[in-house]
Design a protein. Structure first.
Length: 246
C-alpha cells in the first residue's frame, strides 16, 4: 500500500520510475516549451509576479505594456507606485497590490546592487540565491524557484498550481497539501535532469488538457498511468448539435 509523508507525497516502489515515464511522455507532446518566460532574471521575476492568478495572455500583454512604457526598470523604480503604473498593471489584476510590491522590489534591487539587476545571483549557490529572492517584496518560494529555473539555469523544480493538480491526479501526491509544505518533498522526488522539462511540460499540459475544472482525459498522453483517469467513471461525450429533421 502507498504511504504518505507529512508533505503529501505518496511513495511506492515504482514512484520515481513513474515520474520518469510521465516526464518522457509529456516531453514528446510538448517539447519543453519556454512558455514565453524572459531570459533576463529581472524580466523573468516581474513576468512571474504578473502571472499569479492571471491568464497567460493577460500576463504577456501586461508585461509588454510595462516594457513599452518604461525604457528601463530603473526608470520605473524612480517613478515609484504611480497612477500610470497601476493603469498598466490593471490588465493583470490586483493592480494596487502588485504595483506597490513591484515599485518596492525595484527600489530594493537598486539599494542592494546600485541598479536594477539580479546578475549577482549568478555567482551564488542555488540555496543562497533563493534565500535572497524570497526576501524581496512580494516574492514567495514558487516565484523564486521559477526565476532560478527559467532565468538562472538552476536544477530546481517549482511546484505551482498546475504541478500540484496534475501530480495529485496522477496519484503522486495529495493535491490538498499546501504548496509550501509540498515543495521540498516534490523537488526531491524529481530527478535533477528532468526538472526543467517536467515542470514546463506539466504547466503546458495543465493549460491544454489537465484543466482544473474539466480535464480532457481522452486527450491525455499520460492517462495510462493516471490514478484519476483510471478511477473516474466514463463521462459521456458532449452531443453534437444537429438540425432537427422534423
Amino acid at each position: 500500500m502507498p504511504t504518505s509523508t507529512d508533505a503529501g507525497i505518496r511513495y511506492t516502489p515504482g514512484t520515481k520510475q513513474k515520474v520518469l515515464v510521465v516526464a518522457e511522455r509529456l516531453d514528446r507532446v510538448y517539447g519543453s516549451p519556454r512558455l514565453e518566460n524572459p531570459f533576463d532574471p529581472v524580466d523573468d521575476l516581474i513576468f512571474i509576479l504578473l502571472s499569479g492568478r492571471t491568464g497567460p495572455e493577460a500576463c504577456v500583454a501586461t508585461f509588454h505594456a510595462l516594457k513599452a512604457k518604461y525604457e528601463a526598470w530603473d526608470a520605473l523604480a524612480r517613478e515609484g507606485d504611480s497612477p500610470a503604473l497601476r493603469a498598466i498593471m490593471r490588465g493583470a489584476g490586483l493592480s494596487q497590490r502588485r504595483s506597490t510590491y513591484l515599485a518596492a522590489l525595484l527600489r530594493r534591487l537598486i539599494g542592494d546592487f546600485g541598479t536594477v539587476t539580479l546578475d549577482p545571483l549568478r555567482s551564488m549557490s542555488a540555496e543562497r540565491a533563493e534565500e535572497y529572492l524570497v526576501g524581496l517584496p512580494g516574492v514567495g518560494c514558487k516565484t523564486a524557484k521559477c526565476v532560478l529555473l527559467y532565468a538562472l539555469g538552476r536544477k530546481v523544480f517549482p511546484v505551482d498550481a498546475h504541478v500540484r493538480r496534475i501530480l495529485g491526479r496522477l496519484g503522486l501526491m495529495n493535491p490538498a497539501v499546501r504548496l509550501e509544505y509540498a515543495q521540498q518533498a516534490v523537488e526531491s522526488l524529481v530527478p535533477a535532469r528532468v526538472r526543467y522539462s517536467l515542470h514546463v511540460n506539466l504547466v503546458a499540459h495543465g493549460r491544454a488538457v489537465c484543466r482544473g475544472s474539466v480535464p480532457r482525459c481522452a486527450d491525455c498522453a499520460v492517462r495510462g498511468v493516471c490514478a484519476y483517469a483510471k478511477s473516474s467513471p466514463k463521462r459521456p461525450q458532449p452531443r453534437s448539435r444537429r438540425r432537427s429533421r422534423r
